[in-house]
Design a protein around this ligand. Structure first.
Ligand code: 3HC
Ligand code: NAI
Length: 695
């Protein structure tokens, strides 16, 4: 019998324990083990009731995602759940940690469920581009009603044990899974309770059967932000079948939907992204046994846009932080913005009413860099000029305690040059957050030539502790994300000179699934920043310059590449901009031509992929999947397209290399020629993914 799934007998109760670290995923061996143990317990006349529980850190966290796309191994999860459901003896699932996906579906196949207070229960399949495929879409609506089921299945977020209890998803909160589960089973026996098979219990569907708008309104609310995604709609369809059809027909609809999604590109991309994110956290080139340095005190320097957001990220994670400014006025201004930001979230219902005060209490604002002296980690977010950065880091070198990690949030500047002004370059690195820093999950951890492995690991660990997704990158202008973004911006600008309009370019990019196009993004960031920097460097960009000369700095002046109505952030195409572009082109003697959406798409995406290839060649990123994680979490690349490098593999490197060569010639721009790595892989008929496999 199975060793991964064990059974113990006490007073007529068989307790079956799954022990498949790290997360008790439902591998073929686990499925077989549960089935064998349940069948044995049902056949054993000494057993009156069964408890299903898990060892280690969690209840079953779902199907084994690594098995998707491989030939299915018997028994199927359906068979296992059918056996639980059909058992004539009561089965109690006893849950701790997270009961997710196929894990919760397994628990829903049991007749009763108990959970410890800290447990979380959910169906996160939608986040993998899937729908719950083992009865979740049919049993959860029967357990908690269609409204909450829609929220849980389309949103993919778990609920707490307390919520699960109040909605009837669990029967009792217990202190301990085994003791609590067995005690509950004894109660069921003593009270001779009838077995609750969710497949036979339609009571919670009655209201939505009488008035289907209960269901359709819930779906409408949950799909508002689902543009481009297939899975949420397929989930809704399957839940709808629970309302409209008998259980077995609903199961069939669920099955069909699941099989369609699991072979599709979107789910493939989302499963890839799940593993890419976890892979990114494994830092290459750090000797085995390296430990992060302890961090209990954190200081952030600069209470501007980024410093404020970074400090909020620490407060959100319950970590106290000292925020340092140059003067009382800038400090109070920064703290005021943070306070307002928290209050706005609370007013929208995104935070409990007492959260703003609690979180602000974790942020101590002070004036003067000498206040860093206790900090274990210092994150600098002052103005983006090398002279200012060097000045600040010299001061940090004087004030910071030995061993403190000194991080810069610089967007572009050379970390090695910043480190060079200190006597401790081994402690210096970049922690590049993305705006708005309290929201965006990416943190590029920039490793300088002299950065010590344990300092690097400290930054990675801290980033995870404040719920960021860390990706280690090397030193170069703009690191991974902004360097690739520059390749795209460059093309966006050129397209205007050839005849495209901002709204045409942005529409192609948003239709692809990005939250914003390059011109709307420019308006949001402010066009004056680039204008000043071009003036400093004596560079011209006639269209952008003309916009700024006309006082069009973007959203902050109510107009830029677009016009904005007072109080609105919605970009409106502006005929004045078209005139301005036409006049500029006439002055330069350039003619507009018709540019297809296909050309725009290729010129937005392929140069980024090309830059990604250079980044890999230069070892600025360790793996193609790291680049994809940067784009998903830093720039809102649609996760259902897996990131630029994954997308490149899907399109094929050969056609991409050919199109790049074509555009290099068409626009007389040698920088568009395929990078050597891209060319080599294309010639060899390979993918970027093949590099990760040691090619
Ligand atoms: N299958 C295979 N491997 C899994 C897995 C799964 N379902 N869930 C987690 N893992 C692996 C991770 O890749 C990681 O491996 P690594 O150590 O080699 O990198 C390891 O388990 C630990 O995972 P985390 O680092 O994420 O650990 P955390 O403690 O931070 O989080 C968790 C634990 C909340 C369970 C999180 O891993 C998670 O959300 N897992 C996915 C849950 C999920 O999506 N379940 C649904 C699967 S689809 C399904 O069930 C279909 C069904 O309806 C038929
Ligand atoms: P900001 O101008 O909003 O804020 C900078 C703050 O630093 C100001 O409040 C200023 O008073 C303070 N400051 C200046 N010198 C200081 C000193 N010696 N000691 C203490 N405080 C000092 O700038 P922003 O946008 O927050 O940028 C900060 C850094 O973050 C820059 O390096 C920038 O490149 C980087 N960054 C910016 C992003 C953005 O979207 N704004 C995104 C990612 C990184």
């Amino acid at each position: 019998m199975s060793e991964i799934v064990k059974a113990e007998h006490r007073d007529g109760i068989a307790t079956i324990t799954v022990d498949n670290p790290p997360v008790n995923a439902l591998s073929a061996a686990v499925r077989r083990g549960i089935l064998e143990r349940v069948n044995a317990a049902v056949a054993d006349s000494k057993v009156q009731a069964i408890v299903l529980t898990c060892a280690g850190r969690t209840f079953i966290a779902g199907a084994d995602i690594t098995e998707f796309g491989k030939p299915p191994q018997p028994p199927s999860l359906h068979e296992v759940i059918d056996a639980l459901d059909a058992s004539p003896k009561p089965i109690v699932a006893a849950i701790h940690g997270t009961a997710l996906g196929g894990g919760l579906e397994t628990a829903l196949g049991c007749h009763f469920r108990v959970a410890v207070k800290s447990a979380k229960l959910g169906l996160p399949e939608v986040k993998l581009g899937l729908l719950p495929g083992a009865g979740g879409t049919q049993r959860l609506p029967r357990a908690v009603g269609p409204e909450l089921a829609v929220q849980m299945i389309l949103g993919g977020n778990p609920i707490s044990a307390a919520e699960a209890l109040s909605h009837g998803l669990i029967d009792e909160v217990v202190d301990d899974t085994v003791a609590g589960g067995e005690a509950f089973a004894r109660k069921v026996l003593a009270e001779q309770r009838s077995l609750r098979r969710l497949r036979d219990d339609d009571s919670k569907l009655a209201a939505a059967r009488a008035d289907r708008s209960i269901f359709t309104n819930a779906v409408a609310a949950m799909t508002k932000k689902a543009r481009g995604f297939e899975a949420p709609f397929a989930c809704a369809d399957a839940i709808g079948a629970a309302i409209d059809l008998p259980f077995d027909e609903g199961m069939k609809r669920e099955r069909d939907g699941f099989l369609k999604l699991v072979v599709g590109d979107q789910s493939k991309a989302q499963r890839y992204a799940f593993f890419a994110e976890r892979e990114a956290a494994k830092v290459a080139g750090v000797p085995e046994g390296t430990k992060p340095r302890p961090v209990t005190k954190v200081a952030v320097i600069g209470a501007g846009t980024m410093g404020g957001g970074i400090a909020m990220s620490f407060a959100n994670a319950g970590i106290p932080v000292t925020l340092i400014e140059t003067g009382e006025q800038t400090l109070q201004r920064g703290l005021g913005i943070m306070q307002k930001n928290y209050e706005a979230s609370a007013a929208r219902g995104g935070l409990p009413p007492d959260a703003p005060a609690k979180r602000m209490a974790l942020i101590t604002g002070v004036v003067g860099l000498e206040n860093v002296k206790d900090a274990d980690l210092i994150i600098e977010a002052v103005f983006e000029t090398m002279a200012v950065k060097k000045e600040v880091f010299s001061a940090l070198d004087a004030y910071a305690k030995p061993g403190a990690v000194l991080a810069s949030n610089t967007s572009y500047l050379n970390i090695d040059a910043i480190a060079s002004v200190t006597k401790r370059p081994q402690d210096v690195l970049g922690m590049h957050f993305f705006s708005p820093a309290n929201v965006m999950k990416l943190c590029e951890i920039v490793r300088g030539v002299q950065t010590a492995p344990d300092a690097l690991l400290t930054a990675v660990t801290v980033a995870k502790a404040i719920a960021k997704v860390p990706v280690v990158v090397g030193v170069c202008d703009g690191f991974v994300g902004n360097r690739m973004l520059a390749a795209r911006s460059n093309q966006a600008e050129k397209l205007l000179f050839e005849g495209a309009l901002p709204q045409q370019v942005d529409a192609v990019v948003t239709k692809f699934g990005m939250p914003m196009g390059p011109f709307a993004m420019g308006d949001l960031a402010g066009l004056d920043i680039g204008w000043r920097s071009r003036q400093d460097r004596g560079i011209k960009s006639e269209i952008a310059d003309a916009l700024c000369e006309a006082g069009r700095f973007g959203q902050k002046t109510g107009k830029g590449y677009y016009a904005y109505e007072a109080g609105s952030r919605a970009p409106l195409p502006d005929p004045e901009v078209e005139t301005l572009i036409n006049d500029t082109l006439a002055k330069l003697g350039l003619k507009r031509r018709e540019i297809s959406d296909q050309e725009i798409l290729e010129r937005m995406i392929y140069p980024m992929i090309n830059e990604g290839a250079r980044i890999l060649e230069e070892k600025i990123a360790a793996r193609p999947s790291d680049i994809d994680v940067v784009w998903i979490y830093g720039y809102g690349w649609p996760v259902y397209r897996g990131g630029p490098m994954f997308y490149a593999d899907l399109v094929g490197l050969k056609p991409i290399a050919e199109r790049l060569s074509h555009y290099a010639k068409q626009t007389n721009d040698p920088s568009l020629e395929p990078a050597p790595l891209l060319k080599r892989l294309a010639d060899e008929g390979r993918t970027f993914a093949s590099l990760a496999k040691g090619g």
